[in-house]
Design a protein around this ligand. Structure first.
Ligand code: KG4
Length: 345
């Protein structure tokens, strides 16, 4: 089933062509460098840049996917969660193409895309994940979301824990900014952390001992880093490495402690765990997730490439494939943006 998928939920203009769970093309035009000077995403700038780039990105995805509009089975688009005015650009594009080429539309939840991203495969791959057992677990760790869900089956989700303030990626970005590492800083923070000693400084693990609250929260940790950084000025390279290491270590410890608590206390028996989102590119986080899953005898499924950890449209195509199989199409005049779209609705 060939799908053209579009995602403009935040600061990446993305289009992809997928066939089932196979990726035929995956084009992402990132605006991150344009937003860098503001230290975060500027919605009006994001909208303008999406409008400028969307046609080019879609055309590239079709050419690279060696696909003609006539050969598509349907068109998928992210309708939320995300920045409302940014989502609108992708939705208008998808609607326009669906009308012009008489294609059905699939409205996709961006979080579902991230959760199913480990199922995406390169076109030449012989490998597919077999014998998935449900219920299973899903985790999204991105710049905009940190959420742990129970997957009853593909398309049916229940929230088990979620963020109350900053998402993990956002918290890492803000920590990186405090250390003068630029924006978005998750990846550079990881590099600095590798050179440092996480035990040189002590930072508080959020809600330690109260993981039964089932929340992810980073505001206290951020404030603690800010105070500690101020007290350590002027910052030498070595101090930056050690601060980055301590901050990343505690941020991940909190995440793992909450997931571990849910696994222990919920009584849910799962054998598969899907993880998606930009922060999964982090090698140390992958290591800790694998260790956790080994302890609980769970198979962990991570995206096969960093091209599908951050925001992309290939994962939207994969989620749309399962929706289309269930005949969950949306009429052209009914599709609309859902900036606060919950995954369990
Ligand atoms: O999924 P994504 O594109 O999120 C949204 O736009 O919502 O992920 C972007 C996030 C950013 O916060 C970025 O700093 C983080 O993923 N990120 C990383 C790494 N690479 C990207 N965080 C930690 N380590 C990395 N290697």
């Amino acid at each position: 089933m060939k799908i053209l998928a579009i995602d403009t939920s935040c600061d990446e203009t993305a289009a992809a062509v997928t066939d089932g769970t196979k990726i035929l093309s995956n084009i992402v035009w990132s605006q991150a460098s344009l937003h860098a000077k503001f230290g975060g995403v500027m919605p009006s700038l994001a909208q303008r840049m999406h409008q400028e780039r969307i046609d080019w990105v879609v055309k590239r995805a079709m050419v690279n996917g060696k696909c003609k509009m006539e050969n598509l089975d349907c068109i998928a688009v992210t309708v939320g969660p995300g920045l409302s005015i940014a989502l609108g650009v992708g939705i208008n594009e998808a609607k326009g193409l669906a009308k012009q080429y008489d294609k059905r539309l699939v409205a996709v939840n961006h979080l579902e895309g991230h959760i199913l991203s480990p199922l995406a495969r390169p076109n030449n791959s012989q490998f597919t994940i077999h014998n998935l057992q449900f219920p299973s677990l899903g985790l999204v760790v991105s710049g905009g979301n940190t959420i742990l869900v129970k997957i009853n089956k593909i398309g049916s989700y229940e929230t088990l824990a979620q963020t109350t303030d900053d998402a993990l990626g956002e918290a890492l970005d803000k920590g990186a900014r405090m250390l003068g590492l630029g924006y978005p800083g998750g990846a550079i923070l990881e590099k600095m952390a590798r050179l440092g000693n996480p035990n040189k400084y002590k930072l508080p693990i959020p809600i330690v001992g109260h993981e039964e609250r089932k929340i992810f929260t980073y505001s206290g940790l951020k404030t603690a880093l800010s105070r500690l950084t101020e007290s350590q000025k002027p910052l030498t390279k070595e101090k930056i490495y050690n601060l980055a290491a301590a901050y990343q270590d505690v941020a991940f410890k909190h995440l793992i402690r909450v997931i571990s608590h849910v696994l222990k206390s919920s009584g849910i028996k799962v054998s598969d765990f899907f993880v998606g989102g930009g922060v999964v590119a982090n090698v140390e986080l992958r290591r800790r997730l694998r260790k956790l899953c080994k302890e609980y005898k769970i198979n962990v499924h991570l995206p096969y490439s960093n091209k599908i950890t951050g925001d992309n449209a290939a994962m939207i195509g994969v989620a749309a494939y399962f929706k289309a199989q269930r005949h969950e199409f949306t009429e052209l005049d009914k599709i609309d943006r859902l900036p606060d779209y919950k995954i369990d609705t």
